[in-house]
Ligand binder design. Sequence first.
Ligand SMILES: [Zn+2]
Length: 250
Amino acid sequence: MKKVLFLIALVLGLFYFTIKPSLSAPYIIPNAPILNPGGSGNGAASNCVWTKVGDTKGDPDLSKCQAGSDFPSINGLTFPPNIQAHPTKKGYYSLPKSPTGAYKSYTCSGRSWGSMELIGVINTTAERWKAKYPNGWINVGDLNATGHKSHKWGRAVDIDATTNGKDWVADFTKGNYNREATIELGKLLADANMVRSIWYNDPRVNSAVLEYAKSTGKSAGMVMHEIVGHNNHFHLDIEIPLLTVWEPGC
Ligand SMILES: [Zn+2]
């Protein structure tokens, strides 16, 4: 009898300690600790893990780790909900669909990865744009991607915008160009106080935005270049430590 009980205990023990955990463990460890700016924005890694697969029963409480309104702020930036750490590319995060429609991506998901700061600058600028122009939005092109000179360190993105779905902002190639709003977009980007450079070929826009940056002290060291191929979008670089070189395709 003792033997039988022992065997039952053994089987239950084996189930509990070996099989059950694999049934109830819905998480894989992506080896991609998120930046936890908690309070200081110092980029210290936390132990939060965002990648989730399979059965979600018995999820640990990740509420403090998840993006959204309570997501920790970096330099006053706001973040879209559900930004996700890349499973292997340390420091890279996906730009998710904007729940408010403040920005729309016109590239593929494979080219929508950047630093957390870049995601924050895009989201923050787009939300401020939307607040100013409720019928407008920002168009977001490639973040890290092949086929560019500098879209490879997590800090670059191509953008344009509209105030109403009818005009073009940061694009003077299609008619109905809105220069005033283009200057406004440059100022909103400067407000993020993290802009390193913007490449765009309207010198009147460039001088107005640079003057604003200098006078406000926000992104005060930023530069604006005219450069071939930049008639129809702002190329934006933000000032952050460079991430690992990565030029993904779609
Ligand atoms: Zn670019």
